[in-house]
Write a new protein. Structure first.
Length: 439
């Protein structure tokens, strides 16, 4: 019996989903539980599995299609099953519709048989063993690019859509010959009649037109665009900057590395220490742990810390709930766990909701200071830059110190510059007194 592949509902707030790429073509064999289509909804991507053994009888929503949850994306069943369904007796009002359905089913089956033959010619290694995003694989197969020869620029060497597109563009530039030099132009002859000139130089005002790449704004990118635009429109954002001397912190981190690995099987990162500093500072400066909601300011008694994670297609902010009740080691473990889940597209919708303050780190990209955009409805977000070794006077002595840039964006509607500066100074104090973070 044929079974439908349904667009799932990923979370209570989901309205529609996007088909990223089909992993099978119509007519190809599938096994129950096998990944058959990649879909996305807001900030989540996931793989939808085949509901039964058989063949993919039809693809009802193509790549890039955006449909409400519950929509039938395709059908899995046995070869010829659609024809059998179409051949059942018609209802009194549906004779014409049945005839159309039957003819379409026959056409589907013929196309399916052709797809099976084409699929059989694909080398098995082109589908397995290579880290490549579903969209990148789809483009590579359509353009005839051997992606096993590409070097991925995504996380852990994953081949991205951009990697494949660059390969396609490079191939096109190498093989294209301009037609401009081959064209003949009609020019006035000396006797007033029309004549033919062999080759004429192109007008300096006319250059070969290049069609711009057009990317549909859907899924994760659409949600990020809408949220960031709304954030800037509906809040009064101001950014202040400080530097924290983390020389002692780095020394303590190195000193504790062996013990932490032995006792907790983890390696502390600078982000872990920063997260602990932020949590403790929020408990002392509760105005920053708040949200401006229409005619009121809600100050939260618990800290639910958002950690921004960059993905191939955008940004997600998984949340560490009750971060104020966790030790430095526990925070470190949760940050690593949620970051890994985010990069593997395994986050549940509930794991990206309810944050009261967010940390975003661009230090790994060499950025010094920047202006983070608030994650609404939060009052504050802390941006972390790259630590630099800098000559600093300590008393009358010039020393080499590691300075970490801190960029705090806050909602001026919820609090003023002085309390925001006091909060940022508290974060700096904790970072410069790292032993206080161990309690």
């Amino acid at each position: 019996m044929a079974e439908n592949i349904i667009m799932p509902k990923l979370g209570m707030a989901m309205v529609e989903g996007t088909v990223i790429a089909w992993k099978k073509q119509a007519g190809e064999s599938v096994k129950k539980g096998e990944g058959i289509v990649d879909i996305s909804s807001e900030k989540i991507e996931m793989e939808v599995e085949a509901p039964a053994d058989g063949v993919l009888l039809s693809i009802d929503v193509p790549q890039g299609g955006v449909v409400p949850y519950g929509t039938v994306l395709g059908v899995v069943g046995q070869p010829g099953e659609l024809v059998a369904v179409a051949a059942t007796p018609a209802t009194a009002s549906g004779d014409a519709q049945e005839e159309s359905t039957a003819s379409l089913a026959v056409q589907d089956q013929q196309e399916a048989q052709t797809s099976v033959a084409l699929a059989a010619s694909v080398s098995p290694h082109s589908r397995n063993g290579i880290k490549i995003s579903p969209v990148a694989r789809k483009i590579a197969e359509e353009e005839g690019v051997d992606y096993t020869l590409l070097i991925g620029t995504g996380p852990q060497g994953r081949i991205t859509k951009e990697d494949v597109e660059r390969a396609v563009q490079g191939r096109g530039q190498a093989g294209v010959k301009t037609e401009q030099t081959k064209k003949e132009s009609i020019v006035p002859a000396a006797n007033g009649q029309s004549g033919v000139a062999g080759t004429t130089a192109a007008s300096p005002d006319t250059e070969p037109s290049k069609t711009p790449e057009r990317i549909s704004v859907t899924g994760m990118r659409k949600v990020i665009a809408e949220r960031m635009h709304t954030s800037l429109q509906q809040s009064a954002q101001l950014t202040i900057n400080m530097q924290a001397d983390i020389t002692e912190l780095l020394q303590l981190k190195e000193k504790l590395s062996t013990e932490m690995e032995a006792r907790h099987q983890l390696k502390l990162s600078v982000t872990d220490w920063i997260a602990r500093s932020v949590v403790l500072a929020l408990l002392r400066h509760k105005q920053m742990n708040s949200a401006f909601l229409q005619d009121r300011i809600e100050i939260y008694g618990e800290v639910h810390l958002g950690i921004a994670v960059a993905l191939e297609k955008g940004l997600v902010v998984p949340v560490i709930r009750h971060a104020d009740a966790k030790t430095l080691a526990e925070l470190s473990h949760e940050i690593k766990t949620i970051s890994t889940k985010a990069r593997q597209n395994q986050l549940a919708p509930e794991e990206m909701k309810g944050s009261t303050f967010t940390i975003t780190n661009l230090g790994g990209y060499g950025v010094d200071t920047f202006t983070p955009v608030l994650n609404p409805p939060e009052t504050g977000i802390l941006g972390i830059g790259a630590a630099r070794d800098t000559p600093v006077y300590i008393g009358g002595e010039l020393q080499r110190r590691s300075l970490l840039p801190l960029s705090l964006t806050f909602d001026h509607r919820a609090l003023d510059g002085a309390p925001a500066a006091a909060f940022l100074a508290e974060v700096r104090r904790y970072l410069e007194e790292p032993y206080s973070l161990l309690t």
